[in-house]
Design a protein around this ligand. Structure first.
Ligand code: HEM
Length: 140
């Protein structure tokens, strides 16, 4: 009985401390690379209705990599003092959440064949990339 209880406790502690890494991504870099590849491919074909199914698959990949990037911390966070780091990570998670919403809006626009809206969401995603990198990526 005691052993069972200890086992349950150990499992719960592990569950709390193990980050839930989705989509098989191993690092923030790999998430970003997946996003980059999917984004470029989507840009080439989103306006072609004949490729709708494949575009939706690419969007699913982009979304899953965006979601997975919330499970990692940008390298920049390592060098910060704790107070600054907490705010930095909160802002980072908010930016990723916003990006996921934009990808979901793009998905809906593709599903409904609203090409003009697809363009709008692709531009917004690109703007998130630019601002996300200026705020959260090391400049060297
Ligand atoms: C909210 C939006 C975004 C944020 C906050 C963000 C953040 C970051 C950060 C912090 C890094 C540096 C990696 C590290 O510190 O370990 C990075 C790298 C990178 N990101 Fe993003 N990013 C965003 C959106 C995007 C998007 C939409 C794309 C592509 C379409 C993208 C493509 C890349 C690429 C190619 C790299 C370089 C990866 C490498 O070093 O190989 N990012 N991003």
């Amino acid at each position: 009985m005691k052993t069972k209880l200890l086992l349950c406790l150990a499992t719960a502690i592990l569950a709390i401390h193990t980050p839930t890494v989705r989509a098989g991504e191993k690092s923030l870099e790999s998430c970003m690379e997946t996003m980059n590849k999917s984004y470029k491919a989507i840009k080439k074909q989103y306006a072609d209705p004949a490729q709708k199914a494949s575009t939706l698959e690419l969007i699913a990949k982009l979304k899953s990599a965006a979601e997975a990037s919330a499970d990692f911390k940008p390298e920049m966070a390592a060098e910060m003092d704790p107070e600054k780091r907490t705010k930095f990570l909160t802002d980072y998670h908010a930016a990723i959440q916003e990006l996921v919403k934009q990808v979901e809006s793009l998905e809906k626009a593709v599903q409904e064949g609203r090409t003009k809206d697809c363009e709008k969401w692709l531009t917004e995603i690109n703007e998130s990339k630019i601002s996300g990198h200026s705020e959260f990526m090391e400049k060297n």
